[in-house]
Design a protein around this ligand. Structure first.
Ligand code: IMP
Ligand code: MG
Length: 183
């Protein structure tokens, strides 16, 4: 057993359940993007695990790229400040249909800012795909185009998601023991 698992209150979504969610989402995306020019965009670092599964499950030609944004300080509360730490560079944005891949939507600030930003750059279309969604936490109105699973207002870790840069490597989505971030 990984020592990190001592900090997990319980498993919220098992790796088998995640696999089913991914299969369903990839099938839908493969259908919807048949006649498009898909650019699958990974938002570092949290979505890297979900992204790498999704890119192998979507049955269409695609390009991939990466952006890194930061909306979080050290703790478990969003600051609402979205900074671009790694930007997208291309000659021509007007030829791509961007699908942004996120791990989780919380306040909605990261994705609503990114969608506006990529539209401003001139992308032909910009849509969003998230593994997890916490709609009860929204501070700005935002509805993703593809959402894997709606979850309650709990702080979750694993499958790419971190708390203070830890737990990303756990193979499932788990609820973090509150004692970890209240001590
Ligand atoms: P938003 O801008 O508030 O929607 O925040 C989205 C980002 O917050 C995600 O990409 C995560 O990095 C982070 N985040 C939100 N909720 C959680 C959580 O429960 N666990 C880990 N990271 C989270
Ligand atoms: Mg993130």
């Amino acid at each position: 057993m990984n020592i990190l698992e001592n900090d997990v209150e319980r498993i919220l979504i098992s790796k088998e359940q995640i696999e089913e969610i991914e299969d369903r989402m990839a099938a839908q995306i493969s259908e919807d993007y048949k006649d498009k020019n898909l650019l699958l965009l990974c938002i570092l670092k949290g979505s890297v695990v979900f992204f790498s599964d999704l890119m192998r499950k979507i049955t269409l030609p695609m390009q991939i790229d990466f952006m890194k944004v930061s909306s979080y300080g050290k703790g478990s509360q969003s600051t609402g400040n979205v900074r671009i730490l790694l930007d997208l560079h291309r000659e021509d944005f007007s030829e791509v249909d961007v699908l942004i891949v996120e791990d989780i939507i919380d306040s909605g600030r990261t994705l609503s800012t990114l969608v506006e930003y990529l539209k401003m750059k001139g992308c032909r279309s910009v849509k969003t795909c998230t593994l997890l969604d916490k709609p009860s936490r929204r501070e700005v109105e935002f509805i993703p185009d593809y959402a894997g699973q709606i979850i309650p207002d709990e702080f979750v870790i694993g499958f790419g998601l971190d708390y203070a840069e830890k737990y990303r490597e756990l193979p499932y989505v788990g609820i973090l023991k509150p004692s970890v971030y209240t001590k």
